[in-house]
Design a protein around this ligand. Structure first.
Ligand SMILES: NC(=O)c1ccc[n+]([C@@H]2O[C@H](COP(=O)([O-])OP(=O)(O)OC[C@H]3O[C@@H](n4cnc5c(N)ncnc54)[C@H](O)[C@@H]3O)[C@@H](O)[C@H]2O)c1
Length: 368
């Protein structure tokens, strides 16, 4: 069986799980080369996962005729240049979130992909996991009746306590809404459909932050982005969602995602994970009941979206995490700050139709 060949640009903190899953789980894709500005990172990945090539520069990867998909795992402010270069070289691109650091970056990339007839899209792919797919089926099958609203909360005190290189979270393209919002908003649009407009209020509670993780412990970060973001989303279906993401608050449980319907309430699992628990409250039960998971990929399956893109390339079917989704999500994420600055409701330019739900396949690691 011939595989779809992937070149990885950026071999940092998140690369390990992609390398692991692409090598050991997803049978139809293969990493044939890696590239990092810090060469030792590419070298250790090459050795550990027996990867064929190291590229000196990303342009070398883009010029490799063997490469089908460029996997962009660089930092958010670097996504645009890497994705643009790969598309211009004729490669399909799967990008870590967000699609771009601004909506205009994402829009330009989407237009370029469409012009060149290439696939573009990307993270998160957690919405393809068993937890959120089960929630989608329960909602679509009427278990909570007509959706009327939702609430999403991602509350934490920031990533400088654990990430080895956390500055980017507080710079252009960073902040809690662009960093963690993609998981919540991608899940919401997969469960409730497109958003017509948003309202937001944002602020930066702490203009400076101190890194406490190694090796940069003690370094002060100047914060350039809002870190306390509240928003309201108006869905085409009539539902209204509240979202709150912050890096400023001490809290115990970081994730909360709930969907409210005319006949019940659904607690969606942490959308930064692939599995459960999924909990449903119906008035006749009087308490939340844990639902069985109905789909595959409950474990950390990062790379599932790349495998789905590869299957779309070889079979001609649609790609579930396409730029139509990541662009709509990026417009939502960035419009909260726009609304806050302008002091008004922001009507969105993009519209959105959900892609097909996941289909269970008997062989784990092979997509439908
Ligand atoms: N760290 C996490 O837990 C996590 C989780 C989910 C998603 N993400 C996303 O993954 C992306 C990367 O995050 P990370 O934490 O791995 O960052 P990181 O800083 O650890 O790694 C990024 C790597 O990209 C390399 N790089 C940048 N530009 C390059 C270029 N032009 N050519 C080659 N290499 C280049 C850097 O040298 C660095 O090694 C971000 O978009 C982030 O939002 C991270």
């Amino acid at each position: 069986m011939s595989t779809v060949k992937v070149a990885m640009i950026g071999v940092g903190a998140i690369s390990g799980i992609y390398l692991e899953n692409i090598t050991n789980v997803f049978k139809e894709i293969e990493i044939i080369g890696v590239c990092d500005l810090i060469r030792e990172r590419a070298e250790s990945a090459k050795e550990k996962y027996e990867i064929k090539k190291i590229y000196d520069t990303m342009e070398d990867a883009f010029a490799d005729p063997e490469v089908d998909i460029v996997l962009n795992l660089t930092r958010p402010y670097e996504h645009f240049e890497v994705t643009k270069g790969a598309l211009l070289a004729g490669k399909h691109v799967y990008s870590e979130k967000p699609l771009g650091a601004t909506y205009s970056e994402g829009k330009l990339l989407a237009e370029l992909a469409e012009e060149k007839n290439l696939m573009l899209g990307g993270a998160p792919d957690t919405f393809l996991g068993s937890g959120i797919q089960t929630c989608r089926k329960l909602i679509d099958d009427g278990y909570i009746g007509q959706p009327i609203g939702a609430a999403a909360f991602m509350i934490c005190r920031g990533h400088e306590t654990w990430h080895p290189d956390p500055e980017f979270y507080y710079k252009f393209g960073g902040g809690p809404m662009l960093d963690m919002g993609p998981y919540y908003v991608t899940a919401l649009v997969n469960l409730l459909g497109g958003v017509s407009g948003v309202t937001g209020v944002t602020k930066t509670s702490f203009p400076k932050r101190t890194i406490t993780s190694t090796p940069k412990s003690g370094t002060i970060i100047d914060v350039d982005v809002p870190t306390y973001i509240t928003g309201i989303l108006n869905f085409d279906c009539g539902a209204v969602a509240t979202i709150f993401t912050t890096f400023d608050v001490y809290y115990k449980e970081s994730a909360r995602l709930e969907i409210y319907g005319s006949k019940g309430t659904l607690i969606v699992p942490d959308p930064n994970t692939f599995g459960g628990p999924v909990k449903l409250l119906r008035p006749e039960d009087g308490e939340f009941k844990e639902m069985p998971l109905l789909f595959d990929y409950a474990e950390n399956s990062r790379g599932l979206g790349v495998a789905d893109m590869a299957k779309a390339i070889t079979s001609g079917r649609d790609f579930r995490a396409s730029h139509l989704q990541t662009r709509h999500v990026l417009e939502i994420l960035t419009s909260f700050e726009k609304s806050s600055q302008e002091g008004k409701f922001v009507k969105l330019e993009t519209s959105y139709e959900r892609e097909m739900p996941m289909v269970n396949n008997p062989l784990h690691g092979v997509l439908d």
